[in-house]
Design a protein around this ligand. Structure first.
Ligand SMILES: Cc1cc2nc3c(=O)[nH]c(=O)nc-3n(C[C@H](O)[C@H](O)[C@H](O)COP(=O)(O)O)c2cc1C
Length: 323
């Protein structure tokens, strides 16, 4: 997910356990192949066999509308060690769609097929090329159509977000539409959208018949949900201390790798912003730090959040980062 699920997030979330696969943030491909240094910036895991330190594969995510530069970029990524290539035909952002990328391709399934085929042909057969879709541009009746296009292009499996582009993030995800797309193809279908607790995953499994599940915002709202889904711990809202510890480590990883303080703070805010939308218990935390621009601001926010009992504790939000 653009803006949050960077290498540091992936390192933390996969270390917790329960995650079988990650995708990088999207790499935008325009009219020419993307150079190695940009791929490495988006996906430093390329230098460690395409895996997180916990050993979970990371697919490089590409977004673009031109088959040739997409194929050449995928070829380079494969040589650099990508665990797989994931093609984004779901991004609803206006700037992206205006420049012929993401969900805008849902209006032209033949182009989804062409791009997928070109990328498939450019990388070794053993490397999976997967496709992320929404249920259509405007009408979820198109879900089987776009799914079949990606399958015809050679996708190994599909991930479908149960909303159209016009839905943006609005109405509840339509898992039934994912099921209709699943029934139209022979390759596995991974369901996505509003899978924010154990019960939602169970209901989605029944409605979609999907072979797997992709969690977006839920991974920020309940980072331990993947473990819960595997039966490794009970599901429930995150404990404050556990979440704070994760956020501290997130910052420490970023700052340790030279990320500017302002960017690190912004990423923590993004995490809590999107997380709190699906896990309301995080809302006070986000409120407390949403105007922060420095780590000092975040510390103040944390102190307000916890009151005297917490500020008396020796470890504060970024204690580790500041030493
Ligand atoms: C901030 C943000 C960034 C996202 N970035 C991407 C992206 O880079 N690629 C992608 O396929 N989907 C992206 N998505 C969409 C999610 O992958 C997912 O399809 C959507 O949020 C619905 O699933 P969820 O309810 O589990 O979050 C993004 C969503 C958000 C909110």
């Amino acid at each position: 997910m653009d803006g949050v699920t960077d290498w540091a997030f992936r390192e933390l979330i996969t270390e917790l356990g329960g995650v079988s696969l990650c995708a990088s943030e999207f790499v935008r491909v325009t009219d020419r192949p993307v150079p190695a240094k940009v791929l490495r910036r988006h996906c430093p895991e390329l230098d460690r066999g395409g895996r997180t330190p916990a050993g979970v594969p990371v697919f490089l995510q590409l977004l673009g509308g031109e088959p040739e530069p997409m194929a050449r970029t995928a070829e380079l990524a494969a040589r650099m060690g990508a665990a797989g290539i994931d093609l984004n035909f779901g991004c609803p952002a206006k700037t992206v769609n205006r420049h012929d990328g993401g969900a805008s391709l849902l209006r032209e399934p033949a182009r989804i097929e062409r791009i997928t085929r070109a990328v498939r042909a450019a990388v070794p057969v053993e490397l999976a090329v997967t496709v992320k879709l929404r249920t259509g541009w405007q009408d979820s009746a198109d879900a089987p159509l776009v799914a079949r296009a990606a399958e015809a292009g050679g996708a190994a499996w599909l991930t479908m977000h149960g909303r159209t582009r016009m839905d943006q993030y609005g109405p509840p995800a339509d898992w039934g539409a994912i099921g209709r797309a699943r029934a139209a193809v022979a390759i596995p279908m991974v369901a996505n959208g509003d899978l924010n607790d154990h019960g939602a995953v169970e209901r989605c499994a029944r409605a979609s018949g999907a072979a797997g599940f992709m969690l977006g915002r839920g991974s920020m709202g309940r980072p331990h949900l993947f473990r819960a889904l595997r039966g490794l711990e009970p599901d429930g809202p995150p404990e404050l201390e556990r979440l704070l510890e994760l956020l501290r480590r997130y910052c420490d990883l970023m700052l340790g790798a030279g990320t500017p303080e302002r960017s690190a703070v912004n990423r923590v805010k993004q995490w809590l912003c999107y997380g709190s939308r699906v896990e309301p218990t995080l809302a006070p935390m986000f409120e407390a730090i949403k105007r922060a621009t420095t780590l000092r601001d975040v510390l103040r926010g944390e102190a307000r959040l916890e009151g005297p009992a917490r500020s008396a504790q020796p470890r504060t939000f970024f204690a580790a980062s500041r030493t």
